[in-house]
Each structure stands twice: as structure tokens, then as C-alpha cells.
Design a protein around this ligand. Structure first.
Ligand code: 4AD
Ligand code: MG
Length: 430
């Protein structure tokens, strides 16, 4: 029976054939232990000299790392294995012999591993991170589909930018100038006026000259947008969504969290509601904590965010930032024209901002003022203004950065390990 390493109790005591790669091996004169992987999992194959042909035993003993094969054997229980099974090998059919696989079980430097990302993805840890990424993607669709949201795909090639014009990737669009999307938000607002509750999930691009553990040039963003939903209601949706994906990862990625040695007790605390702190109070808190340089009106850097987040054991919303340091489309807070109805959700343990969101300006006259202030009277933005002209309603939305969320939930240090092929400041390959 041909199958995969994702075995079930039905396979016990049966002889199966699995297509697999060799990830590691130990052998003595009489027995060889093969560590096998096939993408679905890991299993140990035991080859006993006396139980197989001499040819098969020699083949097993000489197998090189990452060689591929069809391996046949009887499935038996193995309580020491995380997967619960072991293969008592009876035959091996070599498909391809790998010679001098560069990523050996010893330690390698990050640059070396990044240069070999196309191979590094096969390693146990990278495999676990990608499975957690996949679970976040799966549970994201579940959360929004079950919540009655319609998935809408905003364009990638755009003529308008949502988050300012300094970090744009420019490209030629025949005779016109175009950009790669920084955020689908403006289009998602149009979609919300057509479908009520919508979400997008796609790649976004920022030509950021930042070389930090939180910045990618190309990253994936989930952007829900909801008509008739105010800022406070949007925060409730955000905390429910983040709690849901954390719970899904805890529930469905036990093996992966174990491989990554993730401290799950901190993940178990990710349950709505999340604390909220206003920007005003966050400034006071930072001053108390000895950040003497910070003044009202300054944006927060990573050390500030971490210092604020350290006060809580759950993610925390920092709300109502100064209008000056936020995007043009955010609605001013009632009675406070200097701050806007927005929030950044800061993850604990130093992972930083994972969500940026806000209630959007719905008043046509105020939006026209913003267009003047931000120099947006360009044909590329005319359509966005029209959303305030025909049945404008209160609406809110947010963007969750997938890779930062993967980094946080898996407990990996740097976002470069949370996307299959990271695009970084100095890296376009592989
Ligand atoms: O805070 P940002 O810039 O918000 C927006 O783009 C809004 N238009 C979203 C919306 O309201 N629909 O980005 C949202 C999130 C950040 O919180 C962060 O998690 C992630 O996107 N992000 C990045 N992730 C990796 N690398 C980068 N360079 C990122 N820039 C933002
Ligand atoms: Mg932001």
C-alpha cells in the first residue's frame, strides 16, 4: 500500500510503501536507523541486517543525506516518536542519490542558510514554522468565512497609495507610473460599500530601508473592512480574530510548537478581551519608565513598543495616536481633533506591532480637507473621494501582518524565517 508518513492506527502492522527523503542516519554493523521525512511528517525506519537482503542493508548503510527513495516496511507503534510510529524496513528503492548536501546537521551561519533557503525549507524547524503559517492562513479563512465576510482581492498594481508615498515600489505601467500595492485598504473600503463585510489576503510591498527583525520588503497582509462598524467594534473583532488564530495554532500545531520549543503558556493567555492604552497614557508610561526623550507627538519605535507591551501579558491596543503621525484617512476622535480613532495592536515578548487599524473618515468635506493637506488631488485618488459622496457610512478596518504574527506565535526571532522566500533589503535570491 502506497501512503505517506501521516499514518493512522489503521496502518498498524501493515506493510506500506512511502516516498521519502533521508534527513539523518545512524548505523552499526547490524542495524541502521533512518530518519525519514516526506513533507507530511517524520518517521524512523529501522533496517535490521538479518531481516533484509544484503543488498538492501548495504544500500541503507550507505544512504546519503537528502537521497530520495521508495521505502517499504511494516508500521509498528513507537511511543518515543512524536508521530507514534516506526517503520520496520523490508525494502528500499533508491530514486536519487544526493551527493554532498550542503546543510548538514551541524550549525550553519544565517547568511549561509539564507543563501540555501530553497534547501533550508526542508529542515525540521523551518518545516514547523511553515506549518504554523499554514494554520494561521487556514484559520483566518475560517474566521472570516464563518463571520459572513466576503473575500475580495484588491489590485497589486496600483496608481494610488494608502500608506504614504516614500516606501513605494515604482514600476512602469506602459506609459504611466504605477506602484506595487502597500495595502489594499482603499479598495477594500470600496468593497465594503458593496458587500458590507469584506477581507483581503494578499502580498504587499514596502521599499523600506529598514533592516530589522520585523521588516520584510514583501509581506502578506489580511485586511478586513466593515461597513457600519465603529472603532470600538473593530477592536472587538480584532481581539476575537487574534484569539481565534492563536487557539487554532495551539490546538492544531502541537507537534510544530514542540519542535520549536515554543513556551505555550504565553500563547494560552491570548484570549479576548485585550487591554487598551491610549497614546496619551502610553507617553506617560514611557516617561515613568525612564524614556526621557519621548515627547507627545513622537512615533513609537521598537523599544517603546516593547516597553509598553511588557506591562501586559496579552497583546495590547495602543489607541488614539496623534493625527500628525498617522495616515490621511483616519477619523478624528470625537472632541479631539489632534488624535484619531485608530489602534496598533502590540504583541507581547517584543514581537511588536502586528495590526494597524482605524475608523475611516466618512465625511466628504473633511476628506476634501485632507486631500488638500496631503496633496492628493490627483485622478488616482478621485474615485476614493466618491465613496464619501454616495451613501457614506461609518466604517472601520485593519491590517494584520502575517509574518509578524507567525514569528510571534511560533516564537522565532526574525521574520525572515516566517515566509518561504523572504525579500529583504539585500536579498532577492533565492
Ligand atoms: O500599520 P500598517 O502600515 O497598516 C496599513 O497598511 C493599513 N492600511 C491596514 C488597514 O487598515 N487595512 O500595516 C499593517 C500591518 C502592521 O501592523 C504589520 O504587522 C505589518 O502590516 N507590516 C509589516 N510586516 C512585515 N514587514 C513590513 N515591512 C511591514 N510593514 C507593515
Ligand atoms: Mg502601522
Amino acid at each position: 500500500m502506497k501512503t505517506t508518513i501521516a499514518l493512522t492506527p489503521e496502518h498498524l502492522e501493515k506493510t506500506v510503501t512511502i516516498g521519502a527523503w533521508l534527513s539523518n542516519k545512524r548505523s552499526s554493523g547490524k542495524i541502521a536507523f533512518l530518519q525519514l521525512r516526506d513533507g507530511t511528517g517524520f518517521i524512523q525506519g529501522v533496517v535490521v541486517k538479518n531481516d533484509v537482503s544484503e543488498e538492501t542493508f548495504q544500500l541503507a548503510k550507505n544512504l546519503t543525506q537528502e537521497s530520495s527513495m521508495y521505502i517499504t516496511g511494516k508500521v509498528v507503534e513507537d511511543t518515543r516518536s512524536a508521530f507514534g510510529y516506526e517503520l520496520q524496513v523490508s525494502n528500499i528503492e533508491l530514486i536519487h542519490e544526493a551527493v554532498d548536501y550542503p546543510i548538514t546537521p551541524k550549525e550553519h551561519g544565517t547568511e549561509f542558510l539564507m543563501d540555501h533557503r530553497h534547501l533550508w525549507l526542508r529542515s525540521k524547524k523551518q518545516h514547523a514554522v511553515m506549518k504554523i503559517r499554514n494554520e494561521i492562513i487556514r484559520s483566518t479563512y475560517q474566521f472570516f468565512n464563518d463571520g459572513g465576510y466576503v473575500k475580495i482581492d484588491p489590485p497589486i498594481l496600483t496608481g494610488s497609495s494608502a500608506e504614504g508615498t516614500t516606501e513605494l515600489f515604482h514600476t512602469k505601467y506602459f506609459d504611466e507610473e504605477a506602484y506595487l500595492s502597500q495595502s489594499g485598504q482603499l479598495y477594500m473600503e470600496a468593497a465594503a460599500m458593496a458587500f458590507g463585510k469584506v477581507f483581503s489576503f494578499g502580498p504587499t510591498f514596502r521599499a523600506e530601508k529598514s533592516k530589522t527583525r520585523r521588516h520584510l520588503i514583501e509581506f502578506w497582509m489580511i485586511e478586513p473592512e466593515m461597513a457600519f462598524v465603529d472603532h470600538e467594534e473593530s477592536l472587538e473583532i480584532q481581539e476575537q480574530y487574534v484569539s481565534f488564530i492563536a487557539e487554532s495554532v495551539l490546538e492544531n500545531c502541537k507537534l510544530e510548537l514542540d519542535v520549536l520549543e515554543r513556551d505555550t503558556s504565553s500563547l494560552e493567555k491570548i484570549k479576548a478581551p485585550f487591554p487598551r492604552i491610549s497614546y496619551d497614557d502610553a507617553i506617560k508610561l514611557l516617561k515613568e519608565k525612564g524614556f526621557d526623550d519621548i515627547e507627545w507627538g513622537d512615533d513609537f519605535g521598537a523599544p517603546h513598543e516593547t516597553a509598553i507591551a511588557d506591562n501586559f501579558d496579552k497583546p495590547v491596543f495602543i489607541t488614539n495616536y496623534p493625527a500628525e503621525i498617522k495616515a490621511f484617512y483616519m477619523k478624528p476622535a470625537p472632541g479631539r481633533s489632534d488624535v484619531v480613532l485608530c489602534a496598533d495592536l502590540i504583541a507581547p515578548e517584543g514581537y511588536g506591532e502586528i495590526i494597524g487599524g482605524s475608523q475611516r473618515i466618512d465625511d466628504l468635506e473633511l476628506m476634501k480637507e485632507r486631500y488638500e493637506q496631503h496633496d492628493l488631488n490627483d485622478p488616482a485618488y478621485k474615485w476614493y473621494l466618491e465613496l464619501r459622496q454616495y451613501g457614506s457610512v461609518p466604517h472601520s478596518g485593519f491590517g494584520l501582518g502575517l509574518e509578524r504574527t507567525v514569528a510571534w506565535l511560533s516564537g522565532v526571532d526574525h521574520v525572515r524565517e516566517t515566509i518561504p522566500f523572504p525579500r529583504l533589503l539585500n536579498r532577492l535570491y533565492p
